[in-house]
Design a protein around this ligand. Structure first.
Ligand code: DX5
Ligand code: ZN
Length: 220
């Protein structure tokens, strides 16, 4: 069994949104060698969130830069139209948002059929109960701890109530994304999260290995 199947193990996923894109392969290799567990890729379409980032072409370049699983977070209005392309580009985990207008359950099933791990995420303003119909279809719930769209925002501690509630019954991976750093990871871990996405805290550090080790120690 590979390590990321164990939903209680602490997993660190640097978000490349805060990496230096002029040397993306080197940035990814640095965090891989520093011992992170997955690479988090933020896909934004300028509609679901007011920012435009990465498409399948870049995911495929990321795929060629690392052996680590790619945790692809789709902040797009119509993920159903694109999951196949992202899977072909090398996504191992594909997380969609519950707030999309399209067919959430159908898209999650499609992700699994494609051989990737389906995940579901929710914005800070969305109630946890919105996820209920989908929990049996996913391997990962990603609780947004900032408003999706940009890196470097302040962690929203109120979101940990959702993590705690989820942890009572949900047995899959619980991820937190946004504002995860040395000052916040411990409380997120205590609440029940096991997969920690961190962009600015890792790529903004001069010594990335030291920062990953520190995050892991604090979550341990
Ligand atoms: C925000 C993204 C995050 C972002 C986190 O919409 O989903 O993955 O990169 O960045 P930090 O860790 O800087 O808050
Ligand atoms: Zn993300």
């Amino acid at each position: 069994m590979t390590k990321w199947h164990q939903a209680d193990r602490v997993l660190i996923a640097p978000s490349i949104l805060s990496a230096n894109f002029s040397k993306l392969a080197a940035e990814i290799q640095e965090v891989e060698q520093a011992g992170c567990d997955l690479i988090h890729v933020d896909v934004m379409d300028g509609h679901f969130v007011p920012n435009l980032t990465i498409g399948p072409v870049v995911v495929s370049a990321v795929r060629q830069s690392t052996k680590l699983p790619l945790d692809v977070h789709l902040m797009i209005d119509d993920p159903g139209q694109y999951v196949e392309e992202f899977r072909k580009a090398g996504a191992d985990w594909l997380t969609i948002h519950v707030e999309i207008k399209g067919d959430v359950a159908g898209t999650l099933k499609k992700i699994r059929q494609l051989g990737a791990k389906p995940g579901i995420s929710l914005r800070p303003k969305t109630n946890l109960s919105a996820l209920k119909p989908y929990l049996s279809l996913v391997d990962l719930v990603l609780v947004m701890t900032v408003e999706p769209g940009f890196g470097g925002q302040a962690f929203m501690p109120d979101m940990l109530a959702k993590v705690k509630e989820l942890k009572k019954g949900y047995k899959g991976h619980i991820s937190v994304d946004g504002g995860i750093a040395a000052a916040t990871i411990r409380q997120a871990r205590k609440a029940g999260a096991n997969l920690f996405v961190a962009g600015s805290a890792i790529f903004g550090a001069t010594d990335r290995k030291k920062q990953i080790d520190e995050l892991r120690r604090l979550a341990g």
